[in-house]
Design a protein around this ligand. Structure first.
Ligand SMILES: Cc1ncc(C[n+]2csc(CCOP(=O)(O)OP(=O)(O)O)c2C)c(N)n1
Length: 374
């Protein structure tokens, strides 16, 4: 039985309430995207209004919006600026050349001062405006006061009416913050699952996905054999595959989130094709993007076991408790990989641990892992 995500609304903010209502009034019928904490309250409101759809990645979000537009639906795409990398291709080869007008809300991580944010946001923070300029799309940065927001919105909406995609850029706190509270868990949480998992992984090289999974791993046990991804969402499995190919004798474990696993799921077919026998792909499935405020992921209906088998993994299993976890490791010890192990947990951010980069800089973390590999 899969638990449903418990959406914790972002800190309620009058600007996002106004924006959501304005979008409804202007007959926007679909909001599709991948969340950012800066946009959590807006997403919750759009979700409550029945307009929001979770996309696996930002490029898909743009293409979904494009298709909906062709069918007559005015559409909004919501993303973090780190997702511009995923967006650029459909923006430049679909929306712009076919003159498909979509309204974008893009959060501005790493801006205006990259030093105030996590290191992985620095390059995109200082490049977002320039990238949009290079693509020739109009963009406005939302200010804190309602009047300037209204003005920016009107200009962007007018561009969209004129068949041009337009971007509204959202700095920190302009539309509220996410809340990362704790809700009573009916079963186990990521932290409890990791506690039980880690003793099984002592010898393994671990590549952990971005967000709370990397943070929790760092907090529980900062080991030289762990590589903490900060950013590059969805690519932990690809990096783990590369490590496995370079070091086939080593046990390699990818610690993934369900949102991240969805983002570039095609890599799973490549894992199935290469079939590294020592690779274990663990997905912590909490049904939500916990790290950005608990928005729902598009995974509730996913049958992970059949998915793993269909994509060429040797074995896939979903576990729901500690006894299931022990049974899974007994079964895996008797079989070659690659294995997919899905830990179905309750969403619960609890106390948010610090990032690995709060103690070590990123090149150091890379070099340390590289030494462990040698
Ligand atoms: C390309 C890209 N889009 C969006 C984000 C913002 N982001 C950071 S962590 C995260 C949620 C990850 O969700 P999941 O993998 O399910 O893990 P959880 O947060 O639930 O632990 C998101 C959307 C990002 N870092 N990169």
């Amino acid at each position: 039985m899969k638990n449903g995500p418990r959406i914790r609304p972002g800190e309620s903010n009058p600007n996002s309430a106004w924006l959501c209502q304005t979008l409804i009034d202007r007959r926007y019928e679909l909001a599709v995207g991948v969340p950012c904490g800066y946009l959590a309250d807006l997403i919750t409101r759009l979700d409550n209004a029945g307009l929001y759809l979770a996309a696996p990645n930002e490029g898909s979000a743009a293409a979904i919006a494009a298709g909906a537009y062709l069918g007559g639906h005015r559409s909004v795409v919501i993303l973090q600026n780190s997702g511009l990398g995923n967006l650029i291709n459909p923006l430049t080869s679909l929306l712009i050349p076919f003159q498909i007008p979509i309204l974008f809300f893009v959060s501005l991580r790493g801006w205006p001062d990259p030093e105030d944010d996590e290191p992985q946001h620095a390059v995109m923070g200082r490049s977002t405006h320039a990238l949009l300029d290079a693509c020739g799309v109009p963009h406005w940065t939302l200010g804190v006061d309602r009047e300037s927001q209204r003005e920016a919105f009107e200009l962007a909406d007018k561009a969209v009416e004129g068949e041009e995609s337009a971007f509204l850029l959202v700095p920190r706190d302009v539309l509220g913050r996410p809340t990362h509270g704790s809700c009573p868990a009916a079963r186990w949480t990521r932290r409890e699952a990791l506690d039980l998992l880690l003793p099984h992984l002592e010898e393994a090289l671990i590549v952990a996905t971005t967000g709370f999974t990397s943070r929790s791993l760092f907090a529980l046990d900062d080991r030289i054999k762990s590589f903490y991804m900060q950013g590059s969402m969805g690519h932990a499995m690809a990096m783990g595959l590369g490590v496995s190919m370079a070091a086939p004798e080593e046990k390699v474990v990818v610690l993934d989130g369900d949102g991240a696993a969805m983002m570039h799921m095609g890599t799973m077919a490549t894992i199935g094709q290469v079939a590294p026998p020592q690779l274990l792909h663990v997905v912590i499935d909490n049904g939500s993007y916990e790290s950005t405020g608990g928005q729902p992921t598009p995974t509730r209906h996913v049958d992970w076991v059949h998915l793993a088998e269909a994509l060429g993994y040797a074995h896939g299993q979903v576990v729901e408790d500690s006894a299931g976890l022990e049974r899974a490791f007994t079964a895996m010890a008797q079989r070659r990989g690659p294995h997919l192990l899905v830990l179905s947990v309750d969403a619960d951010a609890g106390v948010v641990p610090p990032r690995a980069s709060s103690r070590h800089d990123l090149p150091f973390l890379r070099a340390r892992f590289q030494d462990a590999l040698r």
